[in-house]
Design a protein. Structure first.
Lengths: 922, 298
């Protein structure tokens, strides 16, 4: 290895040692004498060289030659730029990959590297075991070493995990493993226990760490502060400045996930953290489901949100008019206190509150609503709203829901209600019963000092039991709820103030509101809130930071979530229990990223290597180039070549050998049309500008195309119309050019294009469509005059009427006349050469060379050929069966023409067949 | 030489035709050059046969009556005889070195020495012919003649000359007494042979000019390194390991050759001129013309 260059057969470089000897040898040999003609040589006779040492080869020429030879030697030593490191060795090889979320960012690089490691192991014939430290160790992994190709075939299916590697588990599992080498694909992050694990590995075998240089980025969970969303972006490598952009993603009003907002963070040199702030209106903010770094595909670069950041709009209404100075008695006071920090509180009358589209409406001791209001609220609840009602004297007084179920009350109520533990009653205030397993409040601890003095009592209807969320010790329902449409109606059978119970005074009240998802929790989930519940994953994050539907994943117990660590069991994602959701993110709120402090002596290699490049060809080319220069230099020195001329020639030769062949640009053309024309046989007609004529041309060529397809091996695709000078006509073998009075004379460019086309083997069939009403071609008809105008500018050879022995008469069918829709007199082609001689015994002259580039006639062939979409002939030809015969002949002529276009004079060559056969016979 | 022997007649003919193709060009060039000169008279400055009026002299006894110029005599009582200037035609013989050594030019496209010599010679011949002199080539046995046809003949024989040895010497031709000779050569061949030939010509009481035509490379000797020098036909070869070391000696020998020529010319009353092919041919033509004129007047 010399820098990034390695050699396949480095011992060949020893030949370079011979170069100094070569130098001396080359120096000792005088340059070849220059031979010069010199008339005055007679004067030189008799002179003598005073010095006997010959003139030496100039040093630069020597250097040139030495360099050429050195380049050749180096070339044959097989130089390779950026050779892949070979991890040589024998015996079992254990490949361990961190395969964490941080690896996902550069997974392709890792896989590529892994592929090359495996192929080297394959070459060395080593047994290989490939594991991901982030997976759990399989019981049989120690004994399941297998060949490298078996692993290579599974390479494509390997994906990293979204969590960190679990080193302690592997430490135990590795005890029974017997390996020689361990290759460790590290993600560079100092995970817990990484260095201890390294020590373990070192004890098992020789460890080679592969680590790539790209920085790892991570995003901490969103937090709310001052009404904005904040997140911290972490990075591993702080040596370069960087600017990253983050996207806040969530459903739009139509429910489709899209980017709701964007924020940029900038890292200065040395900084490894930066804070991004999203300042969003509540509507938008409540919809944010995830924040991710753009262009970083890693679970760490995505943070998903639960309802923690949501602030619900809560409308508070009470039936009591606010009384000044009586705050503590106000039915809304405790609600306000409980909600104001975590929700958007709207206090307005019901009509206005509904307009603000609240998530929750709380009615504290509100009696009957008007019919209209009831309808509006019912509709709102059905659409997903939550109506929370608190009981109170007014509710009882209004008498609603007592005789028959009320839509806005979960249960029927008994008239009156009851009071326990009051001054006038005998019982003690009642305590709350422990919450049931299926209650949303399950797991909440009930403080001792919560007691209920008064309440409204539910009628014991059959469906009462299932509607009870919380009850008193004696089983009377305290909180009941019923679904209504997509929403629900909840009733606290006590007041929202402390008048009927001490519940609003306790922390339990706030927790209950939280569990009902009425107020969002302000901080991270308390452990206590998670414990005892089973949480169902809704969505999970894969290692690349893509949210996936967690259909098959099992539920997770709260205790596992409470650790806050994602792992094989607890995948990052969104977990739900009832109305509440918990997001598990890869990166914890207080996480930091730090580089693995590999101890000294650890063998670490990078991963991103430029592709290996064989330099042999370049060195050989250099050697060749130097030798070329040497040739010219020697020639110049030897007087065999003029210095100036030689230099020019040298530059030319070297330039020619280096410069890639450049193609001459053809006319600019529509690629698609060009491809069609180049890949198929396409007949083309010239657009005259007269729609009727063009349509006839198209139909005619379609007809003859169909006939060709049916009768011959020429299988054209549908014809196209072209405009010379605009379209590239060089791609079409055959151009049909009907004359119409009103077509314009071709432009200079078009004339050039057509002339080039004719010169390069194109074929144009001109049709005046006038049956040559005038005697000779191009006579007095308007189309004839037009033809003259056009043809006059074209490079058209001398013409003659098609002679009876012209190849056109026998390319496919034997023809004597060339009818179209008309049976005109003459069809003109390029005149035969003057000296065309008739060979004896052959019925036609030897016209082998010169395929006519044009065919000019007036028989309106296109009309005779034309068919419509149904394949029927469009124009009548002649009368009766003789007309049909004429059409048949017209088609035959068309076939002959196209055969002529395709095969040239092939049929004419056929005359030699007897002679050839005769000769072969001898 | 083998090469020449190998050539059959048709080769020779085609080659000759190729060479003769240069003849009109040579003639044209010569004529063009000659046209740059004004033709001067070659009068003998005494009465005699001629076309130019010389003088009237009083008729003396014995003058035939038809010689008397009656118009002049009528102006006085005396009779005058009209005398014309004696204009005898000089004959000038040219020797244009046909040696292969002359066929050399150091720069591509420039005149070879032979071309220069032929052009100069023919141009001078044209000038002289227009001046009424007789011109001829020493190579040819025919005596010098006058007129366009002779010029054509000269040009033809110059253009046709082929296959000469490397170094040629002037042929031994009997020159008319009092005629002039012009030798155009590089005079680089064997000196002794040259000296004999030149002396023989000078001995015939003939005056003339020696014009040494050299290539600039022959004057500067700009060679270096190991070199094999060979004459144009390859008859003489010389190898040196360090050509640059020979320069001084060579230039010295060349200078001595020129000196010898100059000395020879002085002894015989001839004139010597050195012409280098990278200078305009007109200057040499001018010198030649002047030299011959002076010779004629002397």
């Amino acid at each position: 290895m010399i820098g990034p260059i390695g050699f396949l057969s480095p011992w060949l470089l020893a030949a370079l040692l011979a170069l100094p000897i070569l130098w001396i040898l080359l120096r000792a040999v005088p340059p070849a004498p220059i031979k010069r003609n010199f008339p005055a040589v007679a004067l030189l006779l008799g002179l003598r060289d005073r010095e006997t040492t010959p003139d030496r080869t100039p040093w630069w020429l020597l250097l040139l030659r030495i360099l050429a030879i050195a380049a050749a030697i180096i070339a044959f030593a097989g130089p390779v730029l950026n050779p892949t490191d070979r991890i040589a060795g024998k015996g079992p090889l254990l490949i361990g990959m961190d395969a964490s979320w941080a690896s996902a960012q550069s997974w392709a690089v890792r896989k590529e590297k892994l592929g090359s490691v495996l192929s080297q192991a394959e070459q060395d014939g080593r047994p290989v075991q490939l594991v991901m430290w982030s997976d759990l160790p399989k019981s049989d992994f120690a004994s399941s070493f297998t060949t490298a190709p078996a692993w290579a075939s599974r390479l494509d299916a390997m994906v990293p995990n979204a969590w960190a590697p679990d080193y302690p588990k592997w430490t135990a599992a590795l005890e029974t493993v017997d390996v020689n080498d361990i290759i460790w694909f590290s993600d560079g992050i100092d995970h817990v226990g990484k260095l201890d694990f390294l020590r373990t590995l070192n004890a098992r075998g020789k460890v080679q760490v592969l680590q790539n240089e790209t920085s790892v980025y991570a995003v901490t969970p969103l937090a709310t502060a001052d009404g904005t969303l904040k997140t911290t972006v972490l990075r591993l490598d702080g040596t370069t400045p960087a600017t990253l952009s983050l996207s806040a993603i969530g459903p739009d009003p139509a429910g489709i996930r899209r980017r709701l907002s964007k924020a940029d963070v900038e890292f200065a040199i040395g900084e490894t953290t930066a804070t991004a702030t999203f300042d969003l209106p509540t509507e938008l903010r409540n919809r944010v489901r995830q924040v991710s770094l753009d262009n970083v595909a890693s679970a760490g670069a995505v943070t998903i949100t639960d309802d923690g950041i949501q602030r619900r709009k809560v409308a508070l209404l009470s039936g009591v008019r606010e009384e000044e100075g009586n705050d503590l008695l106000s039915p809304l006071h405790f609600l306000r206190k409980a909600l104001v920090t975590t929700a958007e509180v709207i206090e307005a009358d019901l009509g206005d509150a509904l307009l603000a589209s609240p998530d929750v409406i709380i009615l504290a001791d509100v009696g009957a609503l008007s019919e209209f209001e009831t309808e509006a609220v019912t509709e709102w609840v059905s659409k997903g709203g939550t109506l929370l009602r608190f009981a109170g004297p007014r509710l009882i007084a209004s008498g609603i829901g007592q005789l028959e179920p009320h839509p806005l009350l979960p249960v029927r109520l008994r008239a009156g209600g009851r009071t326990v533990g009051g001054a006038m009653s005998w019982g003690k205030p009642r305590k709350l019963r422990m919450f049931d397993q299926d209650s949303p409040f399950f797991g909440l601890t009930i403080p001792d000092d919560v007691s209920v003095k008064s309440q409204v009592v539910a009628q014991p209807d059959p469906d009462l039991a299932e509607r009870v969320l919380a009850a008193l010790e004696d089983g009377t329902p305290l909180v009941t709820a019923k679904p209504l449409g997509e929403g629900r109606v909840i009733l606290f059978h006590v007041t929202a103030s402390s008048r009927w119970s001490t519940l609003p005074l306790s922390g339990l009240f706030v927790q209950m509101l939280e569990r009902l998802a009425i107020s969002a929790r302000a901080a991270a989930l308390e452990e206590s809130e998670l414990l005892g519940l089973t949480w169902t994953p809704v969505e999970y994050l894969d290692a690349f930071g893509v949210l996936r539907d967690a259909q098959t994943l099992q539920g997770v117990v709260g205790a596992d979530l409470a650790t806050g660590q994602v792992s094989n069991e607890v995948r990052p994602g969104l977990y739900e229990n009832g109305e509440r959701a918990v997001a598990m993110n890869v990166i914890a709120a207080n996480a930091t990223l730090s580089k693995t402090p590999w101890p000294l002596g650890t063998s670490i290699a990078g991963m991103e290597r430029p592709e290996e490049q064989d330099l042999k060809a370049w060195f050989l080319m250099a050697a060749l180039g130097l030798l070329m220069i040497d040739i010219f230099a020697t020639l110049v020195l030897g007087g065999k070549m003029n210095m100036r001329k030689g230099a020019g020639l040298a530059v030319m030769v070297i330039g020619l050998s280096i410069l890639p062949a450049t193609t001459i640009d053809a006319q600019p053309t529509d690629d698609k049309a060009a491809l069609l024309a180049a890949n198929n046989t396409v007949l083309a007609y010239v657009l005259t500008g007269n729609a009727r004529v063009d349509e006839v041309s198209r139909a005619g060529l379609t007809g003859i195309s169909a006939e060709l397809f049916r009768r011959t091996n020429i299988e054209p695709v549908p014809p196209v119309g072209v405009t010379p000078g605009v379209d590239d006509i060089s791609l079409y073998p055959f151009l049909f050019w009907p004359m119409s009075e009103d077509q314009s004379i071709p432009t200079v460019k078009a004339v050039d294009a057509v002339n080039a086309y004719l010169r390069n083997g194109g074929f144009i069939m001109f049709d005046t469509r006038d049956a040559h009403l005038s005697d000779s071609f191009g006579g007095a008809t308007p189309n004839g005059r037009k033809l003259r105008q056009i043809a006059g500018r074209l490079d058209i050879p001398r013409l003659e009427p098609v002679p009876q022995d012209h190849v056109l008469t026998r390319t496919f069918y034997l023809l004597e006349a060339f009818p179209g829709r008309h049976l005109g007199r003459n069809v003109w082609v390029e005149a035969a050469p003057e000296d065309a001689a008739q060979i004896e015994g052959v019925p036609f002259r030897n016209l082998n060379d010169g395929v006519t580039p044009v065919l000019i006639g007036g028989n309106d062939w296109a009309s005779a050929w034309a068919i419509n979409d149904q394949g029927r002939h469009v124009f009548p030809v002649g009368r009766g069966s003789s007309g049909e015969l004429q059409r048949e002949y017209a088609i035959r002529f068309g076939v002959n023409v196209l055969m002529y276009v395709m095969t040239g004079n092939y049929k004419s060559d056929q005359v030699h067949v007897p002679a050839l056969l005769d000769r072969l016979g001898q | 030489m083998i090469e020449i022997a190998a050539k059959n007649a048709s080769d020779l003919r085609s080659q000759s035709e190729g060479l003769a193709a240069g003849f009109p060009a040579l003639l044209a060039r010569a004529q063009q050059m000659a046209a740059t000169m004004s033709i001067g008279a070659h009068g003998r400055r005494r009465a005699g046969q001629g076309e130019e009026f010389w003088q009237y002299r009083p008729a003396a006894d014995g003058d035939p009556a038809h010689t008397i110029d009656w118009r002049r005599s009528a102006q006085s009582d005396q009779q005058f005889v009209r005398q014309m200037e004696w204009q005898s035609a000089q004959s000038v013989n040219f020797w244009i070195d046909p040696g292969a050594a002359m066929d050399f030019a150091s720069v591509d496209g420039a005149d070879t020495k032979a071309e220069r010599a032929q052009t100069l010679g023919l141009a001078l011949a044209i000038l002289l012919s227009k001046g009424g002199e007789r011109v001829g080539l020493m190579q040819n046995p025919e005596p010098p003649k006058q007129g366009e046809v002779q010029i054509g003949r000269l040009a033809l024989s110059l253009a046709m000359a082929t296959n000469a040895p490397d170094y040629a010497v002037p042929p031994n031709k009997l020159l008319p007494t009092g005629s002039q000779a012009v030798f155009l050569s590089d005079f680089l061949g064997d000196w002794d042979a040259m000296l004999v030939a030149l002396s023989k010509a000078a001995d015939q009481n003939v005056r003339g000019c020696l014009v040494q035509i050299l290539d600039p490379q022959e004057l500067s000797f700009p060679f270096k390194g190991r070199t094999i020098f060979q004459s144009m036909q390859g008859s003489v070869k010389f190898e040196t390991l360090r050509a640059n070391a020979l320069r001084d000696e060579y230039l010295d020998k060349l200078a001595r050759r020129s000196d010898s020529l100059r000395a020879l010319a002085r002894e015989t009353g001839w004139q010597y001129h050195r012409h280098v092919t990278d200078t305009p041919a007109q200057s040499a033509l001018l010198w030649l013309y002047g030299a011959l004129d002076a010779g004629a007047r002397a």
